[in-house]
Ligand binder design. Structure first.
Ligand code: CAO
Length: 415
């Protein structure tokens, strides 16, 4: 079967996490992704957090599937020429260097346009134009600057960063959307364009509801679904909401059977209004269904802590899976807290290709997260990440270089 992005060639100048997640997605959709790396070293993540000596790390392999790797020293004049040939051949250049690095290499937007006016140049940067535009940024910096850290955690504790890599992988997703949108526009204009996804902007986009709450707070001085209501105090900025639901359906994380020894024996429980009577039945508090202090969502808000304590008395008698089964029978929204171990072993995720086992020539078999976006006419086949420079000769030959020229460039340290 053909792939959605068949025929699209990506010059992948990305490294670490944010850029590579973007180009990996494009590769899964069928683009030919040519990753340019420095000879001898490559993407720094190849050697970071290694679990097997001298073998590409899981960090690298899990972010660079379905790509080809070529080594080019882009600061070497002859290496620069090879890169120019690639720019002329590709549709998109994706990069996430520190601000200014591409310009310092000699590849300004103007120069790239000269070489290929159809080229789309897509960049991840930490910040957009403004006071911090020259700063280098990693995941947690973006989470802090994008509003995630100040709104995550508990009221009586410090800001907390999330395990979800919303700064890196989240921005990579944003950039991928920008790239396919620019490719679509190019079908009408014939021109390339610049695509920028700043990590601060990407995180803020994912924290949109917290800016909603900031304005609600400024107008009304309170937010009734937050755990600070009714006994705590609100300050000037959106506070950390612990595990409270973001929306109008109050929820909290509750202990389940085994919580004393299992750090993940918990369930997320949502007291959705339409199933309130069923919740009361399940936990044995039938009288709450008609008691005016509990019968309506507004009446319940001041008692949420007591309500969740009562529900927890029930969930603590069940494992998270037993509770899930019972609650789902009554359409009560809930979710078990799954550990990474449980997720890795979950058969249904293997079946859908969300968790995939991949074989690698030097590492052997490992698990990865497959493509989370499923297209019915463009199925994803996850292929192992490339070894450093594995496709240099292949790509150079496609660019028209002879074996002798390739060998001379190698001797000159250009590739
Ligand atoms: N040949 C020759 N030189 C190369 C090369 C190649 N194939 N590939 C990269 N380089 C050079 C760059 O030109 C740059 O050189 P100069 O500093 O002399 O201009 C140098 O390698 C290092 O690039 P860098 O500054 O991007 O790398 P860093 O390790 O210092 O910083 C990071 C890393 C991530 C902080 C920075 O790239 C950045 O802020 N990127 C934008 C935001 C981002 O994506 N952050 C998330 C990363 S994932 O957590």
């Amino acid at each position: 079967m053909s792939k959605a992005l068949d025929g699209v060639r990506i010059l992948d100048f990305t490294h670490v996490q944010s850029g590579p997640t973007c180009t990996q997605l494009l590769a899964w959709f069928g683009a030919d992704v040519i990753k340019v790396e420095r000879a001898g070293a490559g993407d720094i993540t190849r050697e970071q957090l290694r679990d097997i000596p001298d073998v590409d790390s899981l960090y690298f392999t899990m972010l660079n599937h379905n790509k080809r790797s070529v080594t080019i020293d882009t600061k070497n004049p002859e290496g620069k020429q090879v890169l120019e040939a690639l720019i002329q051949k590709c549709d998109v250049l994706v990069e996430n260097f520190a601000p200014g690095a591409l310009d310092r290499m000699g590849f300004t937007w103007e120069r790239i346009q000269e070489l290929n006016p159809r080229m789309i140049v897509a960049s991840v940067k930490g910040f957009g134009p403004g006071p911090y535009e020259d700063c280098k940024v990693y995941e947690n910096v973006a989470q802090c600057a994008g509003g995630a850290a100040s709104t995550t955690g508990f009221d009586d504790g410090p800001p907390v960063v999330s395990g979800a890599q919303i700064g890196d992988s989240g921005t990579g997703l944003h950039l991928a959307l920008g790239i396919v949108t620019a490719l679509y526009q190019r079908t009408q204009t014939g021109r390339g364009q610049k695509v920028l996804a700043a990590m601060q902007d990407g995180v803020l986009n994912l924290c949109r509801v917290k800016l909603r709450d900031q304005q609600r707070l400024e107008r009304t001085g309170t937010m009734k679904e937050y755990p600070q209501y009714p006994n705590g105090t609100f300050g000037e900025a959106v506070p950390r909401a612990g595990n409270a639901s973001g929306g109008g359906q109050p929820g909290w994380i509750l202990k389940c059977k085994g919580w004393e020894t299992d750090p993940n024996a918990y369930i997320y429980f949502i007291t959705q209004a339409p199933v309130w009577a069923k919740i009361c039945n399940v936990i044995g508090k039938e009288e709450w269904a008609t008691d005016p202090n509990y019968a309506t969502p507004a009446a319940r808000l001041p008692h949420l802590k007591d309500i969740f304590a009562e529900i927890e008395r029930w969930t603590m008698t069940k494992t998270k899976f037993e509770a899930m089964q019972i609650l789902n029978k009554y359409n009560i929204p809930c979710g078990p807290i799954l550990s990474m171990k449980e997720i890795a072993e979950e058969p249904s995720l293997r079946k859908t290709g969300t968790i995939v086992e991949v074989d690698h020539p030097t590492r052997g078999k490992y698990l990865t997260v497959g493509n989370p976006i499923k297209l019915s006419d463009s199925p994803t086949e996850v292929k192992r990440s490339p070894l450093l420079g594995e496709h240099t000769d292949e790509v150079m030959t496609e660019l028209g270089y002879s074996p002798e020229q390739i060998s001379a460039l190698r001797t000159a340290g250009a590739i």
